[in-house]
Design a binder for this molecule. Structure first.
Ligand code: 9UX
Length: 69
């Protein structure tokens, strides 16, 4: 299992959190997504490599922005 963390901006409510969680969950190998609304911190746990580009694409699809970390 690999764990990586990212920062996402633009989320302001629980529905935003759900949208981001659902999109990232669709990336192959992702087992767990934890999104912290207040800080925008997103932790992705996966059993195969997930690239930042994969996560950025999912976050963009959901309508939010992945901040370079
Ligand atoms: Mo409601 Mo969260 O529009 O964007 S889903 S604030």
């Amino acid at each position: 299992m690999a764990e990586s963390t990212y920062t996402v901006t633009g989320m302001t409510c629980g529905h935003c959190v759900s949208s981001v969680t659902e999109e990232i969950s669709q990336i192959g190998g992702v087992q767990k997504v934890d999104v912290e609304l207040a800080s925008g911190k997103v932790t992705v746990t996966s059993d195969q490599p997930v690239t930042q580009d994969d996560v950025r694409a999912a976050v963009t699809e959901a309508g939010y922005t992945l901040v370079a970390s």
